[in-house]
Write a protein that binds this ligand. Structure first.
Ligand SMILES: Cc1cc2nc3c(=O)[nH]c(=O)nc-3n(C[C@H](O)[C@H](O)[C@H](O)COP(=O)(O)OP(=O)(O)OC[C@H]3O[C@@H](n4cnc5c(N)ncnc54)[C@H](O)[C@@H]3O)c2cc1C
Length: 544
């Protein structure tokens, strides 16, 4: 067929980048002793940005998992079938220790390094990061029951992805899930109706349901159920020690907005066998240790989504012209791109700073432990809350192409609200920050001690801290005002960390806009005088 036209002015696909070549990631990473991991991180970053892994992610998302409740003869099998590239993604994630590996890695900064790898690999497909995160987060909760931890922790931490329905202790590596949310309540897990009746041998028989259980192909689950002593946490394997299937029936897979490569199921327990983790009646205290770490990964996931959005938006703007000039050279576009880049830098430095706080608090640092408690609640709320607006604006930078599936931007956009729903939806996260302050007033001291380390550096930051102190001094209608308070805390902390650990251009742009009030409501409203060129260059770094 004769050509009707020549294709011009279209951006080439963005492949062959190093997802780890992001300066803000290193700014955050350097807050902990992690120099030993640099080569490894870049190797994973290049793999993540390569055409092959990007294709794995695209195909795993385009071919979502399928539930097979029965075999052809009518026997219940309760199995989920995944696209082969889902398994490729999981294999790389596990082999690189993005899951529970740091619990067995005694090098300093092991948790921060895991977080950075998680960030980098999320750029392939956020869906499979869900079971990877849950496996990471399950360990501290499991340690409440030393005999179970002794058996399962080495397998959860093993760097072998050993997929398949087999008795867990016969496998070379395990994946863990978390099962809390029921039909009548997710935030309020105390409303759980699933029951756990003790058996004479010390195990429990679980009857009831869960309305959301992601990664139902996991080998073991931490599950909440009402025991005689109250709401308790249990470990449930999918396959019992005698090789028979535990009575966990998969009813349906959710038809979700995004996160489609990952299976999220509705399940029923029909007398499933579970082992108590921690004390009876202390289920929330036990599982909250898992939730706290998955909250870190929600923050990391949102930051990684922002990094991906800026990368794609700048790439497009570099290759696309309108009105005779490349988009990247159009003043208003530079404002939008730089504003997106500032948000991504603030999110990334914050998430990585908090990942470092995990290492330091595990090493016994009291300040870091308190900071981690309050900082995580605050950032889980704010960074995850910013993600959808950020993704929408990044998508728009690609114009109509951004609205088309092939660009990958709709996938980024669909994924973006999830992290704010998971593990404490917006309001619940904001209220959790208030709870941390009320239950542990020393966490407020730790917060201000951290912020005070940047005192005098920037008058806009100093003024924002003074306003925040005043705001926190007023306890009237505190729940009603929770979002406003937590938002202010988040931005003050981000301003502090950008000044202490980030690039001066990012700190200045952040303080001028987010703290100094010289900013609009939409992205692209930075004041003049901001170093947009540096911000855009940093946001779009590909390592090339
Ligand atoms: C894709 C996906 C996968 C999931 N995977 C899992 C999983 O693997 N395991 C699991 O256990 N759960 C899972 N969940 C469930 C998720 O954690 C819950 O949906 C979430 O915790 C919210 O609970 P809910 O849906 O019952 O909403 P609700 O608790 O009914 O909350 C509804 C709204 O009310 C707000 N709200 C609640 N309490 C208050 C309050 N006191 N004051 C003001 N506002 C309030 C919330 O912020 C929210 O906006 C998944 C959810 C999704 C979407």
């Amino acid at each position: 067929m004769p050509a009707t036209h020549e294709v011009t002015n279209q951006a080439p696909p963005l492949y062959g980048f190093d997802a780890a070549a992001y300066p803000a990631l290193w700014d955050g990473l350097r807050t902990t002793d992690t120099g030993w991991a640099a080569d490894d991180l870049h190797r994973l970053g290049r793999l993540a940005g390569g055409e092959q892994a990007q294709e794995w992610g695209r195909l795993a998302e385009q071919h979502p998992p399928v539930l097979r409740t029965h075999d052809r003869f009518g026997h219940r099998i309760d199995e989920v079938e995944f696209h082969p590239h889902w398994h490729d993604l999981m294999t790389v994630a596990v082999e690189n220790g993005l899951h529970a590996a740091p619990w067995r890695d005694l090098r300093s900064g092991a948790h921060a390094v895991r977080a950075a790898k998680n960030f980098v690999w999320t750029l392939t497909d956020p869906g499979h990061i869900c079971p990877i995160s849950m496996t990471y987060a399950a360990v501290p909760a499991l340690r409440e029951q030393p005999d179970l931890a002794e058996t399962y922790e080495p397998l959860l931490a093993a760097t072998v992805y050993d997929y398949g329905l087999r008795e867990p202790t016969s496998k070379r590596g395990l994946i863990a899930g978390m099962s809390m949310t029921e039909k009548q309540g997710g935030s309020d897990v105390r409303a759980n109706t699933t029951t756990a009746r003790p058996n004479p041998d010390g195990s429990y028989r679980i009857v009831g349901h869960k309305w959301f259980t992601s990664a139902p192909m996991s080998d073991v689950f931490l599950t909440l159920a009402q025991a005689p002593g109250g709401l308790s946490c249990f470990l449930l394997p999918r396959v019992l020690p005698d090789g028979s299937r535990n009575a966990i029936h998969l009813q349906r897979l959710k038809d979700k907005l995004g996160n489609r490569s990952n299976a999220s199921s509705e399940i029923e327990y029909d007398g499933a066998l579970g082992r108590l983790v921690g004390e009876e009646g202390k289920g929330v205290n036990t599982i909250i240790q898992m939730v706290n770490l998955t909250r870190l990964d929600c923050t990391l996931g949102s930051a990684a989504g922002m990094r991906a959005g800026v990368l794609q938006a700048v790439h497009h703007a570099q290759h696309r012209s309108a009105f005779g000039t490349r988009l990247i050279e159009q003043p208003l576009m530079t404002n939008v791109l730089a504003d997106l880049a500032v948000e991504a830098e603030a999110a990334t430095v914050s998430a990585m700073r908090l990942a470092g706080a995990v290492d330091k608090s595990l090493a016994g640092d009291e300040h870091e432990s308190l900071l981690r408690r309050i900082g995580l609640a605050v950032m889980k709320y704010w960074v995850c809350k910013r993600a959808p607006a950020h993704a929408a604006e990044a998508l728009e930078c690609l114009g109509g192409n951004g609205y088309v599936e092939e660009s990958g931007m709709p996938r980024l956009f669909r994924e973006s609200p999830l992290m704010s729903i998971w593990e404490g939806s917006g309001n619940v996260a904001a209220l959790d920050a208030l709870r941390a302050m009320a239950k542990q007033p020393s966490s407020v001291d730790a917060f201000f001690a951290e912020v005070d380390t940047a005192s005098g550096v920037d008058s806009r930051l100093d003024d924002a801290v003074a306003r925040l102190r005043k705001e926190l001094g007023n306890l009237d209608d505190i729940q009603y005002r929770a979002r406003h308070i937590v938002e202010s805390m988040a931005m003050v902390l981000q301003g502090t960390w950008l000044h202490k650990h980030g690039h001066p251009a990012a700190a200045d742009a952040f303080c001028a806009s987010r703290l100094g009030g010289d900013w609009g409501v939409a992205f692209g409203t930075l004041p003049t005088g901001v170093d947009t060129a540096t911000l855009i260059e940093r946001g779009s770094a590909t390592g090339a």
